[in-house]
Design a protein around this ligand. Structure first.
Ligand code: GH3
Ligand code: MG
Ligand code: MG
Ligand code: MG
Length: 431
């Protein structure tokens, strides 16, 4: 169980915050403490299970304002301060306390909404195992940035120059936030940014850190692909808000990409279903017709002819009648495998319906078409189908002539097939 504690002596305010927090953290238990004594007891009891504390600094038993922050810090409890007015001296006093995420005026609903959402974002960082790297040659600066990122829910890494950082980022796919200083030995921040954008193709937020004198460098950071920059010395509030804003853009982009991928996959599946014959996995008649139309257009323009074959299994009804429908299905599924080995990559093979199939052979004339037709006729005749004795097919071969349309080609081929049947079956007829 995870807990959120609201330290607040006004019942109405406490309940407003509790209600908002409960909406964003439905699985959390949210408790209220109306005195420091009560709050401290609660923290001692729950310690690490507390996710965040919303703390009013003026409770009835407060003796020293702000002392509670240090107490919470000792137990590493993330804290959001609730105040009743903009108090600059207070703001200064708490700004360097590492456990404090933000500071908010509590009588303003928008403010409360903002900080509860901020807390929710921190929780998401935890749950998503987000990792961040701080790149800086100055140890103190690294430690400060790392500490802030840690309370924001990131697992953090550090590197002392761009070269070291680049290697770490390449090796660890979970890093998707880079906070980099500008001036560093080996590889500076702008060079690192540029290298990352060229070589690392996963979503990555890069924030450049510059001293205020480097106005031109700020532009370079952005030009080479940084999402944002921050000027030293920066306040924790600014740092947190920039990181959050930049990371949310990344999350939204990732969400969108995921949705696009799902839709593309569904589209491909639907298209496959709509164009494939489910028994044989060949193209269906619908798909074949559209390819045939395309091919006719192409041939009309280029002058390249193509061959068209229609074939039908001989006496298939007797296979069904003699061995059962399942064996009939087996023959229909096995037959394409036999025939495919005789085809070229660009030949189009489809189930026309029932036990009839069609073939479109690009850049092939009658002689070539008859050659293929004979080859597959012999292959089927000689193939050892299981269960059934012998399977044969009859074929009609036609070709594209100028001014032909799909209907004419089909009709010609179909009457040739009919001729093959009448001529004794297991044979090829052509015109
Ligand atoms: P012919 O040599 O003149 O072509 O004779 P045939 O028996 O092959 O021709 P007919 O058109 O009389 O019979 C075709 C049979 O194919 C009838 C139909 O039930 C069967 N059939 C059509 N589709 C399927 C299918 O998906 N599975 C099975 N098992 N049989 C099918
Ligand atoms: Mg109060
Ligand atoms: Mg038949
Ligand atoms: Mg038939």
């Amino acid at each position: 169980m995870k807990y959120i504690l609201i330290m607040e002596d006004s019942r109405a305010t406490a309940q407003t915050i509790a209600k908002m927090a409960q909406e964003l953290f439905p699985s959390f238990q949210i408790d209220i403490a109306s005195s420091e004594r009560e709050a401290k007891e609660y923290v001692l009891k729950k310690e690490k299970e507390i996710f965040i504390v919303f703390a009013d600094l003026h409770l009835p038993d407060t003796t020293e304002v702000g002392e509670i922050i240090d107490f919470l810090r000792k137990y590493k409890v993330r804290t959001i301060i609730l105040t009743s007015s903009e108090d600059l001296s207070l703001r200064e006093k708490i700004s360097n306390k590492l456990n404090v995420i933000d500071y908010v005026i509590k009588d303003n609903l928008t403010n409360i909404q903002y900080v509860t959402q901020l807390a929710q974002w921190v929780y998401k960082n935890f749950m998503a195992d987000r990792e961040a790297i701080v790149v800086d040659d100055a140890k103190l600066q690294r430690k400060v940035s790392q500490a802030i990122l840690t309370i924001l829910g990131f697992k953090t890494w550090e590197a002392v120059n761009g070269k070291e950082a680049f290697e770490m980022i390449q090796e660890n796919d979970n890093i998707n936030l880079v906070v980099t200083d500008l001036e560093m030995p080996e590889l500076n921040g702008v060079e690192l940014t540029s290298l990352l954008r060229r070589r690392v193709h996963r979503p990555l937020v890069i924030i450049g850190v510059t001293a205020s004198k480097d106005q031109l460098e700020v532009i370079k950071f952005l030009k080479y692909g940084a999402n944002d920059y921050i000027t030293k010395p920066f306040s924790k509030e600014e740092f947190i808000n920039r990181v959050r804003k930049d990371m949310i853009v990344l999350e939204q982009t990732a969400d969108l990409n995921k949705r696009i991928q799902i839709i593309m996959k569904q589209k491909a599946e639907i298209e496959k279903l709509a164009t494939t014959d489910s028994l044989t996995q060949l193209y269906n008649r619908f798909k074949f017709n559209s390819i045939l139309e395309e091919q006719i257009k192409e041939s009309a323009e280029s002058g390249n002819t193509f061959a068209f074959i229609i074939f039908d299994i001989d006496k298939f009804k007797s296979i069904n009648d003699g061995y059962g429908h399942d064996i009939g299905d087996y023959v229909l599924q096995e037959l394409p495998k036999v025939i495919k080995t005789k085809l070229r990559e660009n030949d189009v093979f489809a189930r026309w319906g029932g036990e009839e199939f069609v073939l479109l052979l690009p850049k092939t004339g009658i002689a070539g078409g008859v050659g293929i037709a004979e080859k597959i006729r012999r292959a089927v005749e000689g193939y050892p189908f299981q269960h059934v004795n012998r399977v044969t097919i009859s074929l009609g071969v036609s070709r594209y002539n100028r001014e032909d349309n799909a209907e004419k080609i089909l009709k010609r081929a179909d009457s040739l097939l009919y001729k093959a049947k009448n001529g004794g079956r297991n044979r090829v007829e052509y015109s």
